[in-house]
Design a binder for this molecule. Structure first.
Ligand SMILES: [Zn+2]
Length: 83
């Protein structure tokens, strides 16, 4: 769902609005409809966050894979030594 940053032209209040359909956006501070949408593209912010968590998840998986490989290597080594 798109969240937009608005700046109220009447009182200067800045706020975020979750825009659903064609609902009229009003300033929560002074109830003015004289608003300016700010250009800080919120969709980029959202996907950026998603990317970051995806990256850390990927890093975690890679670390776990490395651990598993390490364990497997140790097992094979000890197995060779004793067997
Ligand atoms: Zn206002």
């Amino acid at each position: 769902m798109p969240i937009f940053d608005y700046s109220c032209q009447a009182c200067g209040h800045q706020f975020e609005v979750l825009v659903r359909g064609k609902r009229t956006v009003r300033c929560p501070s002074c109830d003015s409809q004289d608003l300016k949408r700010l250009l800080s593209a919120p969709s980029l912010r959202t996907s950026g966050t998603r990317h970051k968590s995806l990256d850390s998840a990927r890093r975690r998986d890679a670390a776990q894979a490395k651990d598993r490989m390490h364990e497997q290597l140790q097992y094979e080594r000890s197995h060779d030594r004793h067997g």
